[in-house]
Design a protein around this ligand. Structure first.
Ligand code: IMP
Ligand code: MG
Length: 192
């Protein structure tokens, strides 16, 4: 999704972060806890764990999470079509960039920034199962239980948040705010 410069500037100017949902300290504690849970769950594997991040939202979480997983692993990424610059999930998910490697017969951990309606993750999970991994588990940094439409089981879950639009720590609005080291709620003003 390409944004023209004026629209992008207005977005960054006209909205403000009104509340912190996950502080920087809580972010770090959560990532440490998840890394420890994942390390304990897998123990010794025959081959490296394959950690797969869904771009772009998961890139910061992935970078922090893999450093807290104390077993051998490899990483790969996949890009799916997303909201564009809006805040409503369409449920229409397409693969924009596929994985580099085959996941057949591998232990796979899928990593998401946030599970909202769950539609994206449920489609990706189905797609991944068709590729016959040895095992498939899912991890998300944020979870919005109140917004759930698709029924999915999250194996490693970071923080439950209320049904509000979150930005920061990888999550964006119109591609902005991803670099914030905490998660906040964006109060939407005018995009004009
Ligand atoms: P779902 O298919 O509704 O679960 O939404 C999945 C994707 O929508 C996530 O991977 C995010 O990229 C995006 N998303 C959902 N909720 C939020 C939010 O509160 N802030 C930013 N992005 C979100
Ligand atoms: Mg995402």
């Amino acid at each position: 999704m390409q944004l023209n410069t004026r629209k992008q500037q207005n977005i960054l100017k006209n909205h403000e972060i009104t509340k912190t949902l996950v502080s920087e300290e809580e972010v770090q504690n959560t990532v440490q806890r998840l890394g420890a849970e994942i390390t304990a769950h897998y123990g010794q594997l025959e081959r490296e764990l394959m950690v797969i991040g869904l771009l772009r939202g998961s890139f910061i979480f992935m970078a922090d999470l893999v450093r807290q997983i104390k077993i051998p692993l490899v990483v790969d990424f996949m890009t799916l079509s997303s909201y564009g610059d809006g805040t409503i999930s369409s449920g229409d998910v397409k693969v924009v960039m596929d994985l580099d490697s085959s996941i057949e017969d591998r232990d796979v951990l899928l990593v998401e920034d946030i599970v909202d309606t769950g539609r994206t993750f449920s489609k990706v999970i189905r797609m991944m199962r068709n590729r016959n991994p040895r095992s498939l588990k899912v991890c998300t940094f944020l979870n919005k239980p109140a917004a759930r439409i698709a029924d999915i089981k999250i194996d490693f879950c970071g923080v439950d948040i209320p049904n509000e639009f979150a930005v920061g720590y990888g999550l964006d609005y119109a591609q902005g705010y991803r670099h914030l080291p905490y998660v906040g709620v964006l109060q939407l003003g005018s995009d004009k």
